[in-house]
Design a protein around this ligand. Structure first.
Ligand code: G3P
Length: 218
């Protein structure tokens, strides 16, 4: 299972990348707006910091415009993954970009049928937005489960399920149990994965006992 970090904050990405546990990065226009910097510069810097896929989203809404923007983004670095919305135009752009050999992340997926279309359009990744479905009073993880079942039914559907809009550690565990290929989450959620009060308690006890031995390892 791959872990992507969902942010356009380059310093945050660099810090997290030192763990060796970041397999890729996803950005979106809202995250870029929050970063308040030049989009292309941000993407170039992230691509230099993380060798894995880095999603950069188009702003055009027509297929030709998405293709033009997507090709420009893809020229920034080999690990750019062009992110297109799950619309008919997005699917057309996905097919063309995939034909170029560019990785594509089809985003804003809210139904299993949409995911099926993304896979048929040759998407590298499809992004079901778990948290936003939860926000709407439904079960976002159920969508991930449905997509997993569908993709597993057909050997020719090779699109990776990128569980997005992941808001907490329970989402990560559930996505892993279902078999999502990737999760993308804010840095804070990824950092929380290592935390457990019994780990802290056990470590405190071990350190106290070790100190009593008066020994040093090196
Ligand atoms: O990058 C797409 C997705 O992860 C957004 O998450 O929390 O804004 O719904 P969120």
């Amino acid at each position: 299972m791959k872990f992507f970090v969902d942010t356009a904050d380059v310093a945050e990405i660099r810090e997290l990348a030192t763990t060796g546990l970041v397999d890729g990065v996803t950005t979106n226009p809202s995250l870029v707006a929050k970063a308040g910097r030049d989009f292309r510069e941000i993407i170039a810097e992230i691509c230099g910091a993380v060798p894995g896929p880095v999603s950069a989203e188009v702003a055009a809404t027509d297929a030709a415009g998405m293709l033009k923007e997507g090709r420009a983004l893809a020229r920034i670095a080999d690990n750019v993954t062009v992110k297109v919305p799950l619309t008919w135009d997005g699917l057309k752009a996905c097919r063309a970009l995939t034909g170029d050999g560019t990785m594509v992340n089809v985003t804003l997926c809210f139904s299993a049928n949409q995911a099926l279309l993304a896979a048929k359009a040759g998407a590298t990744f499809v992004s079901p937005f778990v948290g936003r479905i939860d926000d709407a009073g439904q079960d976002g993880m159920e969508l991930v489960r449905e997509i997993r079942t569908i993709f597993d039914n057909y050997a020719d559907l090779n699109t990776q399920i990128l569980a997005a809009s992941i808001r907490n550690v329970t989402h990560v565990r559930q996505a892993a149990m279902i078999g999502a290929d990737v999760i993308t989450a804010p840095a804070g959620v990824l950092q929380k994965l290592a935390e457990h009060p019994l780990t802290d308690k056990g470590l405190t006890a071990f350190l106290k006992d070790w100190s009593a031995t008066g020994q040093k390892i090196v």
